[in-house]
Design a protein around this ligand. Structure first.
Ligand code: SF4
Ligand code: MSK
Length: 631
């Protein structure tokens, strides 16, 4: 049967957006577009990274007339210090998220709210970390593993345990360059100390600390977050689901989960499936309960339960503007404080749950592991009670949505590769089939597309153009975070989107039964991508810098993204950015992040705001790596 698949265009997405802005006008609500206008033009000093307020003699701003701050710091020192502080905030965010998950693991018990779902992964990790497993109760092992993980944050000596998973060459290079990451908290504290008034003004030394600290994230905090989340909630498997605003339902109680920490959303999803609560929703005139995700929480629950995804970062206000959301429950990170005032224009209850993300105007229900499920059930009941308050005159739900296949952690990718019909027995459980496909040129390479969307560029457009161009050129994409959500909205996670691929990638998609963009999870799961690239390099027997695999963040906005970009570069993979880091006021910093890091890690940034030029340079970069490998 001929495919009826049609990708969603950027214009279709923008039409939905414009229609929802009419609702915003009708209810006198402002949206991020209004605030972008109010903030334009942005402060030039901030944009270029040359404003310092690290002491109260300032703020100092660098101009040709005033090339040094009061203490004598120049543009290079100031831009470098600001940049490193961004990496510190990003590293802290991912890592503190991981620490919370470790505490949840520590509280896990057979009859409590949180259980161990992936015992095999737990035993593997326990063995890797030297925790005794033989003859022991699984929860005793889990609690000891949690203790080892928690020590990764503050241990006085040694380096991050997960760095041993990197290739030997990488580990030696990190040691030689003095960027092997120590305890996570230590790296962040050192960075904050170095950037305090009167300490480092040497941009290169600061960039090196940025690399080291980012490794404490990518090969520390983030990797711990991903591993422990898998142990607690299950390693993701492949699910078919749907994405975009059309997943909200007119006749259902709509509950939206938003943020990053799955400990909260997992409980809410389970509560929304509770038979008694579904019956209660029916007794109130709804057809049932519809739980959907936003941002990275959407990725977490989609790849473990098939929960449908309402959209990415800049879609968070649109979801409320449909007028059909009874409750928006948020945990941590990437939550607009603006949601508090926006939800007040509707009947929507806005629930914050973490002491890390307190927002005035929200209803604060602090979530505790011991009472988590009961709290979730109470919230869902309150959402059901709120259904009767929906004002139908304000409701408009765009019908746009796409089918999506999600849930490809490294384990799934390897097991799918084993299905390649001509695989030899010795290739099973390895990356050899994909390496063969790359060597043969059926696949030209792979790109990890990650990150947010950002009104500094036409939102989602860069993602869409770059993804389409790459798959048309036989380049496989792995995606996380809001980039993965964009691919969902566009239809690129639909297996039928293989019609947009070049002949080689199309054949791979058919043979392995995958979409051309593989959904690997949330932004914390970019650590999975580091292991994927490491696995390819190890099985290929070449250095990681040599493989035709790169990273790309076309529309990044958060400090987490700065930390991520640094650990990807530290791992030896080039990173293509569509938004300039805020260091353009320093020629030395621009040189350091694009070329200087190449002398340390073998990789660096390539920056271009034009998506067509950026994708052209990605393809050239991949082809150059192929040529260097002689393939
Ligand atoms: Fe100005 Fe130096 Fe103080 Fe920064 S640290 S605000 S450049 S005096
Ligand atoms: S949610 S960090 S907007 S990817 Fe992870 Fe999306 Fe970026 Fe937040």
């Amino acid at each position: 049967m001929a495919s009826t698949f049609k990708p969603t265009t950027i214009e279709e997405m923008e039409t939905d957006n414009a229609r929802l802005r009419e609702t915003a006008c009708a209810v006198c609500a402002e949206t991020y577009e209004d605030r972008v206008k109010a903030q334009t033009p942005h402060c030039k000093f901030g944009e270029e990274g040359i404003c310092c307020k690290n002491c109260s003699m300032g703020p100092c701003r660098i101009t040709p007339k005033a090339p040094r701050g009061i203490c004598g710091a120049d543009a290079h020192a100031i831009a470098a210090r600001n940049y490193v502080r961004s990496i510190a905030a990003g590293t802290s965010s991912h890592s503190d998220h991981a620490r919370e998950i470790l505490h949840v693991l520590k509280s896990s018990s057979p009859d409590g709210n949180y259980q161990v779902r992936d015992e095999v992964k737990l035993i593997k990790l326990a063995t890797e970390w030297g925790v005794k497993t033989e003859g022991r109760d699984i929860y005793d092992i889990a609690h000891d593993v949690a203790d080892v993980g928690l020590l990764e944050f503050g241990k006085p000596d040694g380096f991050q345990l997960f760095t041993r998973r990197a290739t030997e060459e990488r580990q030696k290079l990190w040691e030689k360059e003095g960027i092997q990451p120590r305890a996570i908290d230590r790296e962040v504290v050192t960075a904050m100390h170095m950037t305090h008034m009167g300490n480092s003004s040497d941009a290169e030394a600061l960039v090196r600390q940025g690399l080291r600290m980012s490794l404490a994230n990518g090969w520390g905090g983030s990797m711990i977050g991903t591993e422990i989340t898998d142990i607690l909630f299950g390693t993701p498997t492949v699910w078919t689901t749907e994405g975009n605003l059309g997943v909200l339902e007119e006749d259902y109680v709509n509950v939206v989960v938003h943020g990053h920490d799955p400990a909260f959303s997992e409980m809410l999803v389970t509560a929304c499936e509770d038979r008694e609560l579904v019956e209660y929703a029916r007794s109130k005139g709804a057809k049932g309960i519809n739980v959907v995700g936003l941002c990275c929480t959407a990725n977490e629950v989609a790849m473990r339960h098939g929960v449908r995804m309402a959209g990415n970062f800049l879609q968070q206000e649109n979801v409320v503007l449909t007028g059909a959301v009874e409750m928006m429950c948020v945990d941590i990170q990437c939550i607009f404080p603006a949601l508090a005032t926006l939800t007040q224009c509707f009947h929507t209850k806005f629930i914050t749950s973490s002491p890390i993300a307190r927002i005035p105007g929200s209803e604060y229900v602090e979530f505790h592991p011991e009472t988590a499920f009961q709290q979730a059930k109470d919230l869902v009941r309150a959402a059901i009670d709120n259904y009767q308050n929906r004002d139908q005159s304000k409701v408009y739900i765009p019908s746009t949505k796409q089918t999506a296949t999600v849930g490809y952690p490294t384990e799934q990718i390897i097991s799918h590769l084993d299905n390649v019909t001509n695989s030899h027995i010795e290739e099973l459980g390895t990356y050899k089939p994909v390496i063969d496909a790359i060597r043969a040129g059926v696949l030209r390479g792979a790109v990890a597309i990650v990150g947010c969307n950002n009104p500094r560029v036409r939102p989602d457009y860069s993602h869409m153009e770059i993804m389409k161009e790459l798959i048309a050129n036989d380049i496989l994409i792995v995606a996380t975070g809001c980039a993965a959500q964009m691919a969902t909205k566009a239809g690129l996670l639909n297996k039928e989107s293989k019609i947009l691929c070049g002949d080689g990638l199309k054949r791979v998609c058919e043979l392995v039964d995958i979409p051309p963009v593989l959904h690997m999870g949330a932004c914390v799961d970019i650590s999975r991508m580091m292991l994927l690239a490491t696995g390819i390099a190890k099985d290929w027997g070449v250095d990681i810098t040599e493989i035709p695999v790169v990273g790309c963040a076309p529309e990044w906005m958060s400090e987490k993204a700065v930390s991520i970009a640094n650990y990807v570069v530290s791992t030896g993979l080039d990173v293509y950015l569509g938004i300039e880091p805020q260091v353009t006021g320093s020629s030395q910093m621009m040189e350091l992040i694009t070329e200087g890091t190449r002398k340390i890690t073998g990789a660096g940034y390539i920056i271009n705001k034009d998506p067509h030029e950026l994708v052209k340079s990605i393809i050239e970069g991949i082809e150059a790596k192929r040529t260097a490998l002689g393939i």
